[in-house]
Write a protein that binds this ligand. Structure first.
Ligand code: NCD
Ligand code: ZN
Length: 344
């Protein structure tokens, strides 16, 4: 197979930031994807329907003329999100999920949830109307090792949550461990998961051997090789619970190459090429369309896209950087050779 044509894919987990950054990052996603679930971790967070609708318009204003791209908005869950906000979100027709950031887990999570018990009525409302909870699945306790935080989250938070709200639709975002892949596989059909391209392609050696590689640092952090292999198995299995979410998370070069560097991999410019690379390496290119184009809309209850996208087997080099906020941003695998290229 030297050319593959797929139903146009969607990105079910994406950060595009705000202000001047939008015009610099939205075009990359709009070129490859028809829709994307937009993460609400701005500062201040996108916590109300009104804020989400205003943010949606700013994103639409950044879509290049001629591109067909639709942002699917989310709300940022806080300790104080009232159940009425869920009704407003659902009635708007533009909000497709509510994001749970455990307070302190990642970039701009300081307004996140400190105790899920504070959200009982709001979660009940979500379960009732069918609005999915999108979960950053890591505990934040200082005594839990960073490599164990996802597995502990499953036992301490996710399992009890689903016991209390068995019909709640949950997307376990950017899973990184064999434990998470097994949990989602065994869960009922209202539980799905997104998987990033970088967690399919790299393990933690790629971040730490031969010098620290800040551009491979993200949260949840890369794990050991056996976890990467479990993620590849899950993504390429054809199981409809697993779907594409890049977690492309732009940070400028100076904030990544820093004594306390930001977490986030900027993969939007080469997203589909990276997934093609990972599926090809597993000998499972035929499973790419389900993962990238079908399972996500099916889970969210949205129509599959009508358009298509073509990938060609052709070597090319990822640019060293792109302009960003008056300086530069370094894309994932900068300067390296990829063997797939999105056509057009
Ligand atoms: C994300 C960001 O920068 O907004 N960073 C990351 O490493 N993935 C936040 C997140 O999704 O955890
Ligand atoms: Zn993210």
């Amino acid at each position: 197979m030297d050319t593959i044509t797929l139903t146009k894919p969607d990105d079910w987990h994406l950060h595009v930031r705000d202000g001047a950054a939008l015009a610099q990052v939205v075009p990359f996603t709009a070129r490859q994807f028809r829709r994307a679930i937009i993460m609400p971790n701005l500062n201040p967070p996108v916590a109300t329907t009104e804020q989400a609708l205003a943010y949606r318009q700013r994103i639409i204003d950044a879509v290049p003329i001629g591109a067909e791209f639709e942002p699917l908005m989310t709300l940022y869950l806080t300790d104080n999100t009232p159940p009425e906000e869920i009704t407003r979100a659902q009635d708007s027709g533009q909000i497709f999920g509510v994001k749970l950031y455990p307070a302190g887990a990642t970039t701009n999570s300081q307004s996140g949830v400190t105790d899920l018990d504070k959200c009982t009525q709001t979660l009940a409302a979500m379960e009732r109307v069918g609005l999915p909870l999108l979960v950053h699945g890591e505990v934040t306790h200082a005594h839990i090792d960073i490599f164990d935080r996802e597995a502990v989250f499953i036992d301490e938070v996710l399992t009890p949550l689903l016991a209390r709200f068995p019909a709640l639709r949950v997307v376990f975002e950017h899973i990184t461990t064999a434990e998470a892949a097994a949990f989602v596989t065994a869960a009922p059909a209202n539980v799905g998961a997104t998987i990033t391209a970088h967690h399919l392609l790299l393990n933690r050696n790629d971040m730490l051997v031969g010098g620290v590689r800040p551009h491979n640092y993200c949260l949840p952090v890369l794990k050991r090789e056996r976890h990467r292999q479990a993620l590849v198995d899950a993504a390429t299995s054809g199981n409809p619970k697993f779907f594409l979410g890049t977690d492309s998370a732009p940070h400028s070069r100076s904030t990544k190459e820093h004594a306390c560097g930001c977490a986030g991999v900027f993969s939007a410019p080469t997203a589909m090429e990276l997934y093609a690379e990972a599926f090809d390496a597993a000998g499972r290119l035929e499973a790419l369309e389900g993962f990238a184009s079908n399972h996500g809309p099916d889970f969210y209850g949205l129509p599959r896209n009508q358009q298509s996208i073509r990938l060609e087997r052709r070597e090319w080099q990822v640019p060293a950087d792109y302009p960003y906020l008056g300086e530069t941003i370094v894309p994932f695998m900068a300067g390296q050779t990829l063997t797939w290229m999105v056509h057009g």
